[in-house]
Design a protein around this ligand. Sequence first.
Ligand SMILES: [Zn+2]
Ligand SMILES: [Zn+2]
Length: 268
Amino acid sequence: MKGKVTILGCGSAKPTKTTSPSSQLVELCDKMFMVDCGEGAQLMMQRLGVHTSRLYNIFISHLHADHCFGLAGLLCTLGMLKRTQPMHIYAHPDLEKLLQPILDYHCGDRLYEIVFHPINPRKHEVIFEDRTVSVETIPLKHGVPTCGFLFKETHRVKREDGTFERVTHKRYAYCADTMYSEKIVPLIEGVDTLYHEATFLESMSDRSREVKHSTARQAAVIAAKANAGQLIIGHYSARVEDHSLFASEAREVFPHVIAAEEKMVIEI
Ligand SMILES: [Zn+2]
Ligand SMILES: [Zn+2]
């Protein structure tokens, strides 16, 4: 089955003329998941003509503002649109504490339920599973508790003894934000597509270590070590305007690199 990722935002904390903060839509088995929801994510969906009613579940990697400040606006809009289907949000437990007062104040009359699923970013575990898709956490190394997400498209096959086995067809790993960490390699081994943050270039590696981010080269090393099919990079520093520099640095190590740009749709 075809899967795709739509880039709603691929910048880092400071928005620029061409980049908004992190957010993407992951479509697998006709379901649309949102991963991170930086400021402006819902505006980008509008511009792309993607109906917010299609949103199924939301996964938030960590609570830095550039990954979750778009949620309040989006969730209030869903209220105005008279959504009735519950929205499930998977995130660090503090998100509920932070968001609940805003939701109560601004869209307490919404018709749909928001269900917060607290996750432990330090643990590798399955946090979501239905008949065709499962999602696992990937513990990452960052300034605050952070995890990536491994999406698996699966289907169940009945064994001779009557029990079921899950067969995986496609895997997509989202790893942002993180500093270089080889610990994630076994968790994403052989993944079809890896999104790995590449905030900096090697020439800025001191700064990268200091603020616990990765360089484009480091993202490519992880992709190569994990034998990924293709690598998408993003979360670019506002200091580098020319994103092709990230791509060319990464390609020196790993050939199949896509430098994310807003509104890009990538087959996974
Ligand atoms: Zn970030
Ligand atoms: Zn961060």
